[in-house]
Design a protein around this ligand. Structure first.
Ligand SMILES: Cc1cc2nc3c(=O)[nH]c(=O)nc-3n(C[C@H](O)[C@H](O)[C@H](O)COP(=O)(O)OP(=O)(O)OC[C@H]3O[C@@H](n4cnc5c(N)ncnc54)[C@H](O)[C@@H]3O)c2cc1C
Length: 439
């Protein structure tokens, strides 16, 4: 854990340190503080422990990354080759420099950086793929808060990119996941919460609903959240109870500790269905995002599926009810989009889900692809997008849904330039288009 003295506005946590940007060499916290602190920026950095060999067939590793990379054959490779969801065989793993928590570093300054709802996920994957959490409606996605990013591309080049320096690569790294390159350092614009306590507290409400009519509840919940002030974000976890009834667990988070402003909206949430249990409290944001620091060994056997859906209406609720009726489905999930997520034009980043009202997902027992597909089919049918980093489906059709139309064409063009051999192929990636005769 870093202290306020070490951090200032500028703190730490992802890839290798050092190297020059256009105007400044950011070598350590002092440099970073001087260059960026006054502006309220945050830099996230990483560094490894041992020296790595250059993997056969790969471009020479930039010298500044040699001690940050772990390759097969090293003893620690076993510990770093897996994510939480999957065990892989990566050619090389760029190590995080520290395990410091961004939320904890910012809290003493009353700042937050919009993130996911799980503290153990890394900044790199979250910020390049999306970042959808409890501040989504008030602050947008994590990738929307990136001001600059230092990227390692597949040719071994390292460069800082932003809106004016290689804007296409900057566009692609925000939502294109691994396809643009490996993000080594980020400069984020964090936001103040202006809390009375000065410690980035939020109002947190948990409600356990008993739902008789899931389509109607989904519509009413959708109307409620879309009309709520942007400070509010709402997530729902839904389980079938049999007999056409559902248990829905709501987590509502109000950005800030102004209980007077939050109360009318939180109170009206109690009218959406039968309430079994309710609690609401002011709590520091760092306590809302659990950070158990479990080793990631591919231990999560449950598979995830998700789609982005245009409207939270009865049709969406009916599709969720059908998905939950399938024996492969463990639980369903709804997350509100809109607000600040929708403020960003679809062409501004490689994250294409700007117009949809919600993310709908299921956690699926690993019973085989055919059965998993069957269980998710009702939701798949109404999906107009997908959040690839939150899904286990890495097939080409899922990639086309994540990066549809013009977004996909543009992302492929960036990949063709910086990674023509598609060396960075982890997770969901757009397949390379076949070369046609005469092309
Ligand atoms: C338990 C759990 C809860 C989650 N909750 C949320 C949530 O609430 N909101 C949300 O938005 N997402 C959520 N996610 C999804 C999460 O954002 C992604 O899985 C994300 O990719 C994890 O980032 P990571 O750095 O831990 O990446 P890893 O799991 O290590 O890797 C995932 C992918 O990201 C790539 N990657 C990692 N670092 C970089 C980098 N620096 N540059 C380029 N590519 C990189 C990897 O190559 C790989 O393809 C959750 C995931 C899990 C497992």
């Amino acid at each position: 854990m870093i202290t306020a003295d070490e951090v200032g506005f500028v703190s730490a946590a992802y890839a290798a340190a050092g190297s020059a940007s256009g105007e400044a060499t950011l070598r350590d916290h002092e440099d970073v503080t001087r260059e960026l602190g006054a502006a309220g920026f945050q830099i996230v950095s990483t560094r490894g422990e041992d020296t790595a060999r250059v993997p056969a067939g790969c471009p020479e590793l930039p010298s500044e990354l040699r001690d940050a990379v772990v390759v097969p054959g090293e003893s620690r490779y076993q510990r770093v080759r897996s994510s939480y969801m999957a065990v892989g065989h990566p050619t090389a793993v760029v190590m995080a420099r520290t395990e410091n928590d961004v939320a904890a570093a910012l809290a003493p300054h009353d700042f937050v950086l919009t993130s996911g709802n799980m503290g153990d996920t890394g900044v790199g994957g979250l910020a390049t793929a999306g970042g959808l959490g409890y501040f989504a409606r008030s602050q947008g996605m994590t990738l929307d808060r990136i001001e600059r990013v230092r990227v390692l591309t597949a040719d071994g080049q390292i460069r800082w990119v932003d809106a004016t320096t290689d804007p296409e690569l900057f566009w692609a790294v925000r939502g294109g996941a691994t396809q643009a390159g490996i993000a080594l350092d980020f400069v984020f614009r964090a936001q103040p919460l202006h809390t009375r306590a000065g410690n980035a507290s939020v109002v947190h409400q948990g409600i356990q609903y008993l739902v008789d009519d899931l389509p109607r509840f989904t519509r009413d919940w959708g109307d409620w959240i879309s009309q709520a002030p942007r400070e509010l974000e709402g997530f729902l976890m839904v389980q079938a109870m049999g007999g056409g009834r559902f248990a829905a667990r709501a987590t509502n988070v109000w950005a800030g500790d102004d209980t007077g402003a939050a109360t009318p909206t939180l109170r009206s949430a109690l009218d959406l269905a039968g309430v079994m249990e309710q609690n609401a409290q002011v709590v520091p944001y760092v306590h809302v995002v659990p950070t158990p620091r479990s080793p990631h060994l591919g231990q999560q056997r449950i598979h995830m599926r998700d789609v982005l859906v245009d409207h939270a209406n009865e049709e969406a609720g009916e599709a969720m009810a059908q998905a939950l009726a399938h024996e492969a489905t463990a639980v369903g999930e709804l997350r509100a989009l809109g607000g600040a997520v929708a403020d960003v034009a679809v062409e501004d980043t490689a994250w294409a889900g700007r117009s949809q009202e919600l993310l709908m997902g299921t956690w699926v027992h690993p019973v085989g692809l055919a059965s998993e597909d069957e269980s998710f089919a009702p939701l798949q049918a109404i999906g107009t997008g997908t959040y690839g980093a939150y899904s286990s489906d890495t097939r080409p059709a899922a990639a086309e849904l994540a990066w549809p139309g013009a977004t996909g064409e543009r992302l492929r063009a960036v990949s063709d330039r910086v990674d023509p051999e598609r060396r960075f192929d982890r997770g969901l990636v757009l397949p390379k288009l076949p070369v046609t005769a005469g092309a």
